[in-house]
Ligand binder design. Sequence first.
Ligand code: BGN
Length: 347
Amino acid sequence: MLQSTSRGIQISGAFIIISMSSVMIYWNSYQTKSADITIVNLTRQTTEISIKTCLKNPPSLGHFVFHHFNGTLEDLNNKYQKYKPELGGKFKPLECQEREKLAIIIPYRDRQRHLMDFLSHMPPMLLRQRVEFTIFVIEQDPQEKFNRALMMNVGYLEALKQDNYSCFIFHDVDMYPINDNNIYKCSTSPRHLAVAVEKWKFRLPFRGYYGGVVAYPKAVIEKTNGFSNFYFGWGGEDDDLGARLAVVGLKFVRPAAVYGRYATPVHGKDKGNPVSKDRFRLLGNAKSRIWYDGLNSVVYNVSKIEKKKIYTHIHITVDRQKLEENVKLKNIELEMQHLKSSPINKQ
Ligand code: BGN
């Protein structure tokens, strides 16, 4: 069995690693550093394996055009067969070994055409960037108003049940990056990637805009208790994400506008996603809700997990009443804990 380690690759059984640094082979012009190793099988004939760690910023990337895709999922399955994705759509770069595992989380409902465009557009770019990734589509059943941030919580929790992802990109299904220097990897700070968006004439709609596409390392999601579960309908949930970062003392960073460019096809208003009337009230107390409204109190029901060849599609239902009760209970539980641990009760 192959196992990655911080220095390279180990093979259990009768294999031993002979040299970590003596062999420096360049696989292609992109690679300037090498984590090559030579592995010798002592019991059978000699085997040599060279594995390089992928570079954080592979060069030779640039502008690329977004095209609508008119084919079927089957066409895409065939197109991507050469990359040999594992079931559920786990893609790995062929040229090198990537340390970070990326889960792309797409909150989704009733946008088949956009999803096909996304699945057609993204994997080639991500593989050029040498990213190891899986696309998770989280579809909320139609009973309740669309809740984008709750689905991001679900995507995070469900992805971690599948593998130990270390980087998460929360992505609108109708935003398509058009410069592949916009690297889909995480840094220690959260990153806002949708900087120059076509529908706003390739500008930010306002300076603090934090919507569309954000990249979070796992540790930061845990720190902010994920995202709020309360934003049913359109608007406000992305501003709430920004407020959470401020509570834990973090700032987000952005790529340069020439890189963070996104094509956005025009579409009509979504049924089932009316503008939220609650959003101002919720934003007003966003900072005080962070500890009990999030990953630690989300309630949902997984109705189906479809591991497709090139992505994973998770269907969920949300019982709004149950959810709101649970969030309240979490608040009470935390307040009780706080009271118990206060000095007056310790005497
Ligand atoms: C903002 C919305 C965001 C949305 C952007 C871009 C609100 C909260 C009240 C201030 N915020 O106004 O959710 O992503 O516009 O459309 O509505």
